[in-house]
Design a protein around this ligand. Structure first.
Ligand code: ADP
Ligand code: MG
Length: 430
């Protein structure tokens, strides 16, 4: 492994008695390519030293750390992007939780004992070398028009995946970053939301994610939207992409509910996704908007198999059929979800997914089958072969937009001229 070849060893800072007996700690650390530790006596000295020099790892004692010290740890030590091991002779849950929130990565009992310390260091070193080891499958749910069922599908698909694949962790991120409906649909009263996460975007790791995400119904880990308008500006394309890439490092599946507006942020989420579920309904206006989205995705260079169209509320009164939709859109419809107004509205009122409110309803069964179609049934380990399912459902014409360009699509977006969207529409008009 590359660790052995590092020309200069990794650096470690011990604070006070935290890593005693120091010779045991040093000998474990040397196995992982660390230089002998530098020792400072107090947290304050450590903070000064960390301003002068980066250390890959800091070992500090959790004993006697009050809120002030924990804030110092979070602000100064975490900021310096060091990994942190906290030690204490006895662990009690309150201490551990506040230490986790302050960003301590591993807890080890003091005095240090080679075996457990080695296990903790091993985990940290692996984290250093592969921050996104898991690379979970990311599914973005999108529709250019509101009201078609995007959030309903995001919430229930996440729940269905969690239900069918209990061995995998599922995250649900509300990328309608201010005032999104996920928290309403799941009746969450979260202590933290995407606004808190974006403040720490440059130092996200598993512990921080798990401490900020809310565990909602069906065991789905939810990143709710914020209610502070200023968060809109904070979550730009970069932050949006970073949050998704961090989530996929720690979750087997990441479902993202997106805005009905192609902001740079939405685009970043769609770019990052392995799959886009494009939601439509059997109405002229919905299909027109879906058609425009598909043209846009084509110009963006998204692979055909990346985008799956789903028709929601199919048995609602409609003059159009799924076949009409396929011919208008020039591609097969991956899935159709039945209309079930009463279960949907009652589930929302109760703040649970339809899947929990009415597990045996046709709509819930349809969500489970959709999950199986998108991500497999849980027996496989890697990304399942759902592309085959998509292409097998119908012909794949060379171009979905045989009816010419639709320049009206540029109206609805206010991206500035230099943004990707601006450039793209100039391209489209050529
Ligand atoms: N399959 C369905 N059957 C009946 N009503 C549905 C269905 N899917 C969504 N709805 C309802 O449609 C409305 C809009 O859904 P929502 O998920 O909020 O859409 P979006 O996020 O696209 O704006 C909600 O009242 C929701 O309960
Ligand atoms: Mg919505």
């Amino acid at each position: 492994m590359s660790e052995e070849r590092r020309p200069v060893g990794r650096s470690v800072l011990f604070i006070g008695h935290a890593a005693e007996p120091n010779d045991v700690a040093n000998s474990v650390l040397s196995r992982f390519g660390f230089q002998p530790a530098e020792l400072v006596q107090s947290l304050a000295t450590a903070v000064t030293r960390l301003r002068e020099k980066h250390f890959d790892l800091v070992v500090l004692s959790l004993e006697g750390l009050g809120p002030v010290e924990l804030t110092l740890v979070e602000r100064e030590i975490r900021q310096s992007s060091s990994l942190i091991i906290g030690t204490a002779s006895a662990s009690h849950p309150d201490l551990l939780l506040s230490a986790l929130r302050a960003g301590i990565h591993e807890f080890v009992a003091a005095p240090i004992e080679a075996k457990s310390f080695g296990v903790a260091v091993d985990r940290l070193v692996r984290r250093m070398s592969s921050p996104t080891a898991l690379a979970g499958t990311t599914i973005a749910i999108y529709s250019a028009k509101g009201g078609l069922g995007t959030t309903t599908i995001a919430v229930n698909l996440a729940a269905a995946i969690a239900k069918s694949q209990p061995a995998k962790r599922v995250a649900l991120a509300d990328y309608v970053v201010v005032g999104g409906d996920v928290r309403v649909m799941l009746d969450l009263k979260p202590a933290y939301d995407i606004g808190d996460l974006v403040m720490k975007v440059d130092r996200i790791d598993g512990d921080l994610l798990y401490s900020l995400l809310s565990q909602g119904p069906s065991g789905v880990w939810t990143l709710p939207s914020s209610d502070k308008p200023e968060v809109l500006d904070l979550i730009d394309a970069n932050a949006a992409a970073t949050i998704i890439s961090q989530l996929r490092g720690y979750f087997g599946y990441v479902v993202v509910d997106t805005e009905h507006y192609l902001s740079e942020r939405t685009l970043a989420a769609l770019d990052a996704a392995d799959r886009i579920v494009l939601v439509t309904q059997l109405s002229v206006t919905a299909l027109r908007s879906t058609q425009r989205s598909l043209q846009l995705f084509e110009r963006l260079g998204y692979a055909r198999e990346k985008v799956s169209v789903i028709v929601n509320r199919t048995d609602a009164d409609s003059a159009l059929s799924v076949r009409d939709a396929e011919s208008v859109l020039g591609r097969p419809i991956l899935w159709r979800l039945p209309n079930d107004f009463s279960d949907c509205s009652e589930a929302t009122t109760k703040g649970v997914p339809v899947l929990e409110f009415a597990p045996d309803s046709p709509l819930s069964r349809s969500f489970l089958n959709l999950a199986a179609k998108l991500v497999g049934t849980g027996t496989e380990t890697g990304t399942p072969d759902m592309m085959a399912a998509v292409t097998a459902t119908g012909p794949a014409p060379a171009s979905p937009n045989g009816n010419g360009h639709d320049n009206s699509s540029s109206n609805g977006n206010s991206a500035d001229a230099n943004s990707r969207i601006g450039r793209m529409f100039r391209l489209g008009r050529r």
